[in-house]
Design a protein around this ligand. Structure first.
Ligand SMILES: C[S@@+](CC[C@H](N)C(=O)[O-])C[C@H]1O[C@@H](n2cnc3c(N)ncnc32)[C@H](O)[C@@H]1O
Length: 587
């Protein structure tokens, strides 16, 4: 069924030079809103919006006449056209009546989680989308505040609203929902066009239907956005082959493949994962091959500077994740190249794990190895590589557990949960779980590969028991000077490893394949010769437990060095929390 508003929009479009094949019918569908359907087999289709029918930044700049960011002014302009009943005149033309049918046909609701009620938000669990909502709203607030304070007509009347919104945003989800985010699409509510809810409405409209202006004006900043009436009725399909181009000043979208009768004609918004689709457009795709999980790694400034000095570590920038020209709100020209590293990554380094590519995982493995390496080691040394992998795995396993944890409803209020939004949350969450699970499996596979390749360069307690069977039964009791019937509880693998290396050095009894460990320990001792040693209380206690008869404490210093050796030369396996001694070798 075609609503009155849609019908008026289409008539307005044809009066304003917007063209598309006559065999295209726009219909309201239950799951995708308005959709474009081919009424006959179509070999190709071109949708064209002339410059005059585009809502673009220059109109906003002309109307407001100030220097604020053009995209922000454009959002304010759209809010004015929607919520202000008085005319908005630019070059003697009232934009409110000019674009009236377009504004009236804009969606009456969107499904962006930014405006979900607290009970709906609970369905998102502890995912990135849920945890980033307040920060996103705060960033929109700052954008709005900065703009309205620069507009002379608004400056004075907006103060109270600024204070109110700032206060509410510092409170919880409940207050934010009741006082701000429930308003933009509630027709019962009255608010001024310059208010924050009006700006939020406008921002959500732009998030879900803006196009890049650069397609029709090569000279503009690539982040500038426009609204394209009627072209913006095309829904998204990742597989749709389309071209966006300028033709005689018009913005054209050409569908580059045949569409069969009764099938939908799709645009392609770019290779976006469900997180981006959900936050920006309020929908998700089942089994989305473009799904990613965002991992933000925050490092202190000194560590960041060290990482930046290591040329073989790749620090991703937003450009690494921009997969299409259609990223108007995030894709900025990479002017950040000259920006100091500490400010560029002050909010963390963003890694996007993907279900189909392991590139990011490789970058992360480099970073984690770097963070684990000690002074004598390099980025490719086996031990920091192994330890980095374990730490990365621990981080991903923790993320997996929080995702898997069932939804707990923190909210008793009687909010209705939209079935569609619950479905969006479910699909988004299961996609996130899948990506994290795939990444963990990949890490396990890599660990297996490395372990196999370096099986002669690593030593676990189990292997030591197997290859040096006499150690536990005869050598160790002697070394510890245990009485015949006495026993000692060795409940730590690290302690056992320390005792083994001490004993092997003293007795020169390491089996040939494990001799490398003793040689490495001897080198360690040489390197520390002459250094003053402070003995901690822990070491003193350990010494008393292990060597109760050593009243002259001859073994105390040796024990301290062996503990330091094991700490510096082992990595801790995530799955068993056991130390693995590693030969000084490269991966
Ligand atoms: C640019 S508009 C497309 C026209 C839209 N259907 C309408 O009714 O105005 C983008 C919005 O369409 C919907 N949409 C687009 N592609 C979709 C898809 N593949 N599945 C579900 N919804 C989709 C989402 O609501 C999205 O925010």
């Amino acid at each position: 069924m075609v609503s009155q508003e849609l019908s008026s929009l289409l008539t307005w479009g044809s009066e304003n030079g917007i063209t598309y094949p006559s065999e295209v019918q726009f219909l309201k569908t239950p799951d995708r809103g308005i959709s474009a359907i081919a009424t006959t087999n179509l070999a190709q289709a071109v949708f064209q919006v002339p410059k005059d029918a585009i809502i673009h930044g220059k109109l906003a700049e002309a109307y407001f006449g100030c220097e604020v960011n053009s995209n922000t002014l454009l959002k304010l302009l759209l809010a004015k056209l929607k919520f202000d009943s008085s005319p908005t005149v630019v070059d003697s033309e009232d934009l409110k009546s000019k674009f009236g049918p377009y504004i009236s046909a804009l969606p009456k609701d969107v499904s962006s989680p930014l405006i979900w009620n607290p009970k709906e938000l609970d369905h998102l669990g502890n995912t990135n989308v849920r945890t980033s909502i307040t920060a996103k709203l705060k960033s929109m607030f700052l954008e709005w505040e900065n703009a309205v304070l620069q507009l002379d007509d608004l400056k004075s009347k907006v103060q109270e609203e600024i204070t109110h919104v700032r206060d509410v945003l510092a409170q919880g989800e409940e207050q934010i929902y009741t006082q701000i985010t429930s308003k933009p699409f509630d027709i019962e509510r009255q608010f001024s066009w310059w208010s924050f809810p009006a700006f939020l409405w406008s921002s959500l409209i732009f998030l879900s239907r803006a196009f890049p202006e650069i397609v029709v004006d090569a000279n503009v900043d690539p982040s500038r956005i426009v609204l394209l009436p009627i072209i913006d009725l095309l829904n998204h399909n990742t597989n749709s082959r389309v071209e966006w181009r300028k033709s005689e000043g018009s913005f054209c979208v050409e569908i580059l493949e045949a569409v069969e009768k009764d099938c939908e004609i799709f645009n392609n918004y770019g290779g976006k994962g469900n997180e981006e689709l959900l936050c920006g457009y309020g929908f998700v795709l089942e089994n989305n091959v473009c799904d990613t999980v965002a991992l933000k790694i925050k490092l202190p400034p000194t560590a960041l500077l060290q990482v930046a000095d290591e040329k073989s570590i790749r620090l991703p920038t937003i450009a690494d994740y921009t997969r299409s020209a259609f990223d108007p709100l995030t894709a900025k020209p990479d002017s950040s190249q000259d920006e100091p590293i500490t400010s560029k990554y002050k909010d963390g380094i963003l890694y996007l794990l993907s279900a189909t590519s392991n590139t990011c995982l490789t970058w992360l493995l480099d970073l984690f190895a770097f963070l684990e390496k000690t002074d004598g080691e390099c980025l490719m040394s086996l031990r920091p590589r192994m330890q980095g992998l374990q730490s990365l795995r621990a981080a991903l396993e923790a993320k997996y557990r929080t995702y898997k944890a069932g939804t707990t409803y923190s909210n008793d209020e009687d909010y209705t949960v939209s079935e569609y939004r619950a479905h969006l949350a479910r699909v988004y969450k299961s996609g996130q779980i899948k990506v994290v699970k795939n990444s963990i499996s990949e890490l396990k596979r890599i660990e297996k590969d490395w372990t196999l390749k370096h099986k002669d360069n690593t030593l676990s307690v189990n292997k030591l028991m197997r290859m040096d069977s006499g150690f536990m039964e005869t050598e160790l009791p002697e070394f510890l000077q245990l009485d015949q019937d006495s026993d000692i509880a060795l409940d730590s693998y690290d302690t056992l490893m320390c005792l083994w290396i001490l004993c092997k050095l003293e007795n020169q009894s390491a089996p040939e394949p494990l001799q490398w460990a003793v040689t490495q320990y001897t080198d360690f001792l040489k390197a520390r010769q002459g250094q003053s040693v402070q003995i901690s209380e822990n070491i003193q206690t350990l010494h008393q437990t292990l060597f109760p008869k050593d009243t002259r404490k001859t073994k105390l210093r040796e024990l301290k060095t062996a503990v330091a050796f094991i700490t510096a030369n082992c990595y801790t396996r995530y799955s068993k929390d056991e130390p693995i001694l590693v030969k000084m070798a490269d991966l």
